[in-house]
Write a protein that binds this ligand. Sequence first.
Ligand code: GRF
Length: 200
Amino acid sequence: MINPEQTSTYKLAVLVSGNGTNLQSIIDAIHKGELINTEISIVVADRDCFAIERALDHDIPTFMVERGKEFEQQLLELLTDDINLIVLAGFLSILPTSICEKFHQRIINIHPSLLPKYGGRGMYGKKVHEAVLANREKETGATVHFVTPEIDAGEIILQEKITIKEGETAEWLAAKVHQIEHKILVEAIRLLQQKHYHEN
Ligand code: GRF
């Protein structure tokens, strides 16, 4: 196992649209030493959201991009070559193909279901958990996967399951799945950091 302390800083860009609890889990893991020699170099939001406050509270350079015709260009300017990994942490916009190609196998997403089930266009947030309950699934969970131009279809990196109990609501499931997300997102970053050091 490579000691990340003896290698160069692993630079993350975290893209957000919402509350930012997954962003917070990365910030906390860095502070607690669970992610070593890792920095969040930039946070990019595609709308006004609480995640921006979390980033600014920790003095992380934070930018807002506008959805529309300048979207791709703005992202290309912000996501510079020195970024090792782009983390979509509740980012609701679809990434332009040019970004997926430039950062091939270097973009990950966290999704609140056991992909390939309950993924794809329109499957986000509460809708995922409502669909899981409507189909009387016995289990659900969260998935970290690589991002490709096809929505939620890239190679799976980590997945963790929970059992659905009788009478559980979409809100309860969302809360339980969120806990798993925070854990496996940090684990996936650590895994990819190790892989990066092995390859470079
Ligand atoms: C999470 O459920 C994640 O799986 C999905 O968006 C949500 C973001 O939550 N992609 P938060 O903003 O990190 O709290």
